[in-house]
Design a protein around this ligand. Structure first.
Ligand SMILES: Cc1cc2nc3c(=O)[nH]c(=O)nc-3n(C[C@H](O)[C@H](O)[C@H](O)COP(=O)(O)OP(=O)(O)OC[C@H]3O[C@@H](n4cnc5c(N)ncnc54)[C@H](O)[C@@H]3O)c2cc1C
Length: 406
């Protein structure tokens, strides 16, 4: 059997088939395996989501839930926990059910998968991009790599989607699948940061806040709000709060000017915030406003937020700040203005959607319904999912099932 692509799902598929006694060759374009896996979860690897109930878990996969019921029943979240524990890498569960390897190192996940493949006697061809797939009638006869042909009875395509192409996932699989007769939805970045035009945001690059609320507006009409962790970057906004709404914001951007307001104190109402700020003012009457600003705003944000008050003299002594200006500051902290210009590109995306239409894949086996000896896994399948470990669980499940049935 030949597995093309040594990412998360390809390594799982190769290992599983090898353990079953199949002779497996894994062909990977990079000189190392699992390049994207190694940067996942900021290098910590959010390996799965600890929701053991299949039906509840599947609620996170939108309209793909029905398709995924069979594969997730064969290999679910509990199996992922057992799998990595048996390979010497137990998992720990953190906030919002997110599970990580106990070492919090994505590289350890790659190593565990290598041990698994070693057990299955998988052979490797690294630093070798497949450049052609040869077919006859409705089956694959060989794949071509550096001018040499490799043949097998079964092939698993695990070349991933198009996010972070520098890791090797350049969308080769989408082109082949299309050429082989599959319908493939063109990918768009879905879990991706937002670019904003506001200099006050850019100045705060690197500041992360665990509890902020953001409300989005299309042409000034309120659309939706979300609360969570926000990260300021030199181009705009990121962090789980933003990544998980980017798909919706992308839809709004198609037809409208999109703005947002960030509430820096979502659990404090306007009156309570005013009291809090009055107390800070009272305790610092003789200091300059600019010197106490950091006590008014969430940690690390003063340099950016101060830029939002061009008409307030920040070197005024606190006792001389007018009531009107004080109220302006309070109101601003509940609604910091942002203008969204666009979604960042594939190079910054965690996940891009798009991929082969699920009705063309056998749900029980991951086999193509068009080519008799091809299976498809992971990011090549058109399945939307939020961040939180759901993408990698999809890879473990579809990789295992493909390797189990091929
Ligand atoms: C920055 C970042 C952070 C992420 N964090 C998380 C997280 O914490 N939790 C989570 O669940 N998901 C996360 N994801 C998503 C997750 O990493 C991916 O969904 C997953 O790695 C996809 O695995 P895959 O097997 O489909 O393909 P990939 O991992 O993309 O692997 C495909 C492999 O195929 C190889 N290949 C491509 N073309 C060829 C060719 N022609 N010949 C030979 N080989 C080829 C590539 O080099 C690559 O190694 C993150 C993604 C990114 C980009």
């Amino acid at each position: 059997m030949i597995v093309i692509g040594g990412g998360a799902s390809g390594m799982m598929a190769a290992g599983r088939a090898g353990i079953r006694g199949k002779r497996v060759l894994l062909i990977e374009k990079n000189k190392t395996l699992g390049k994207k896996l190694a940067i996942s979860g900021g290098g910590r690897c959010n390996i799965t989501n600890a929701q053991y109930d299949v039906r509840l878990l599947l609620q996170n996969y939108g309209s793909s839930a029905d398709f995924l019921y069979s594969p997730f029943s064969q290999y679910g979240v509990k199996d992922t926990f057992d799998f990595f524990t048996e390979l010497g890498l137990p998992l720990v569960v953190q906030a919002r059910n997110r599970a990580f390897p106990h070492t919090e190192k994505a590289s350890d996940v790659c190593e565990a998968l290598k041990r698994y493949m070693h057990k299955g006697k998988v052979e490797f061809l690294l630093g070798s991009a497949v450049t052609k797939i040869h077919t006859e009638k409705n089956s694959i006869t060989s794949v071509e790599c550096r001018g040499k042909k490799y043949t097998a009875k079964q092939y698993i395509l695990a070349t991933g989607g198009v996010s972070h192409p520098e890791t090797g996932s350049t969308g080769d699989g989408f082109d082949w699948l299309r050429a082989l007769g599959h319908s493939v939805r063109t990918p768009t970045p879905t879990i991706v940061p937002l670019a904003v035009s506001d200099p006050w945001v850019h100045v705060l690059s690197g500041v992360s806040l665990s509890f902020m609320k953001i409300t989005f507006f299309a042409e000034d009409k309120k659309q939706f709000s979300k609360t969570g962790k926000l990260l300021f970057t030199h181009f705009g906004l990121s962090g789980p709060l933003i990544l998980n709404v980017a798909g919706k914001v992308g839809d709004l951007l198609q037809s409208s000017l999109v703005t947002a307001r960030i509430d820096a104190y979502p659990d404090t109402d306007l009156g309570a915030l005013e009291d809090k700020i009055l107390k800070v003012f009272d305790a610092n009457k003789n200091k300059m406003l600019k010197n106490i600003f950091k006590e008014l705003v969430p940690e690390g944000t003063a340099p950016g937020i101060m830029m939002l008050f061009p008409d307030i003299a920040l070197d005024t002594k606190v006792h001389s700040v007018s009531k009107e200006d004080r109220k302006k500051i309070v109101r601003m902290l509940k609604a910091l203005p942002v203008t969204i210009t666009h979604l960042m590109g594939y190079d910054r995306a965690v996940v891009a959607d798009g991929g082969v239409t699920l009705s063309e894949i056998n749900t029980r086996t991951m086999r193509s319904k068009i080519l008799t000896n091809l299976s498809v896994t992971g990011g090549l399948l058109h399945i939307n999912r939020p961040s939180g470990g759901f993408s990698l669980q999809l890879c473990w499940t579809t990789g295992f099932v493909a390797g189990d049935h091929a």
